[in-house]
Design a protein around this ligand. Sequence first.
Ligand SMILES: Nc1ncnc2c1ncn2[C@@H]1O[C@H](COP(=O)(O)OP(=O)(O)O)[C@@H](O)[C@H]1O
Ligand SMILES: [Mg+2]
Length: 357
Amino acid sequence: MGTTKLKIAVLYDIWDEEPEPEPEPEEVKTAKNGKNGKHGKVKPRKKKKKLKEDREEIFEALEKLGHEPFYQVLDGTKQSLFSLSRCGANLVFNLTESYAGDDTMDMNIAAYMDLIHMPYTGTGPRGLFLGQEKSVAKKLFQFHDIRTPFFATSYKGMLDHSHDIEFPLIVKPSSEDGSIGIDGDSVVGSVKELMERIHYIHEEFDSPALIEEYIDGREIYAAVLGNTNPEVLPLIELDLSKLPKGTPRVAGQDVKFDRETEAYKLTKSAVAEDLDEATVEKLTETARLAFGALKFRDYGRIDMRLSKKKEVFVIEANPNPWLASSQEFAMAAKKSGRNYTQLIGEIVDMAWSRAQS
Ligand SMILES: Nc1ncnc2c1ncn2[C@@H]1O[C@H](COP(=O)(O)OP(=O)(O)O)[C@@H](O)[C@H]1O
Ligand SMILES: [Mg+2]
């Protein structure tokens, strides 16, 4: 692919796991009263655990492409920031998702690299912000006539904005990802459940709650690759239909990461089958618009729901989505005829040509 041999820093972040806090009396009370107590377990506040790190795979692909990769890590210290500025890379393959474990800081890492003139793959600080702040993204979607579920956001009794929303609703932290804070109990059907869940989000994440209309339907992911006229790769479906009867069909942490759970085993992603042409077109066009509206670059994944009436809703847009070969993005790339190495090569070429311009 690219003819220039580049020194590429594969950049990722690590952080000290917070020790499990001793439950304080207040927390115990919340857990019991909150819906979370229903299954007799309290979800600890935890970061996503990846089944397989994508960095080794990307490193290998970069070698195959003839580049010179090396690992560079941000561990939350100033030294690691200095070290990045002096690492001598021509390009950074940006796999960071947080700084010192803080998810909201990924945009600052990108901004830092802009300041030190270090080119990197993927979305810049502005797009990372828009991808992170779901309620801001949803307002932008509306401006662009991209359908997204009606919503309200509330923080400790203050209402930022509200449509005239109707039950069932889903309650999420307004700026987390990796399904943090999302499980079967996120879907609420009554005012009591709603208030309990808002309380849980405030207590557990100290975050505003995003309260959205729950869209019953198929869960479709669109991988988008490119910049000026981005390509939407073949659609992927996360099949949630085998989840036990009575549990809402949501992709919570268990479905996504907790390998040992029933929910994980009963769900799987695959190339979406039996969608009619018009629906594929609608999903594809929606994903392309959403990618552009949020100023994503190089690659992104737009998560959608297709309702029973075949309405398309954008649930969430992810800049710099997980690139492990087992995951949806790589799956879609494969279906489009690209092997994994080619996919990584394209991302590098796009970032490198941006750096040259
Ligand atoms: N409005 C909604 N209607 C139906 N399901 C939803 C809705 N919002 C979220 N979900 C479910 O919860 C999952 C995680 O929500 P999402 O907003 O993507 O959070 P995260 O950023 O943590 O991935 C989605 O993949 C979907 O299964
Ligand atoms: Mg998501």
